[in-house]
Design a protein around this ligand. Sequence first.
Ligand SMILES: [Fe+2]
Ligand SMILES: [Fe+2]
Length: 236
Amino acid sequence: MQSLHRFVWRDAGRRARKLLDFAETEADGGRDLIRAAELTQDPVLRRLYTVHAADEERHAALFRARGTELLRALPDPGQARSGMNWVAPGERGLDDLRVDRKSDAALLAFLHLSEKTAAGHFAAYVGALKDDPSTAAVFREILHDETFHMNYTLAQLNRVAPTERRSYLWRARMGRLWKAYLRIMAAIAGVIGAVFLTLQYFILIPPFAFLAKRAERREPQGWKAVAEERPLKSQY
Ligand SMILES: [Fe+2]
Ligand SMILES: [Fe+2]
């Protein structure tokens, strides 16, 4: 897996693209956490969610700054390759956050698993970025916060649902698995759609093109004489 990460992060253009994508995800997560802070009735969680949101906003700024720096250093910034985010997704769990529909315990379980996965990914990226110490330093700094997010969410889950902690974590895990399944199926559907549309293009369009060309050949060139004078009765 480490060699795959090294491959994904090797190209400077892709590195820039990924950091800018990550900045979007982090900023989006920060906005959702502000909403969670507004909705919760628990004052401790409200304070923690607000701190958490500020952290995610700071991560977004760090990623954006480093991504822009890398992009500007490229000879041709327009050539930045796709981020391959299906291999190295960053803190993608926050993408799926639906704060309005979750209880405090369910949200904490979801956040804990997302932050744990993100911390694992970011630690792997630090290892894969040995040739780019500045980007590795950004990940190292963010990893420190992600570890705090991972720990506080579990500690708070223990506080708000001490007896049902396992069940909330289990449900959150199932929800993540279901979303991963949907993502894979959507990707497969995209590939199948592209194949079928390409086949249609090459199988169905040529006969129509042939008929149109034949009809064009039969048409006389230039102006055509009208059979009789038609007086203009109306504008239409
Ligand atoms: Fe983050
Ligand atoms: Fe986080």
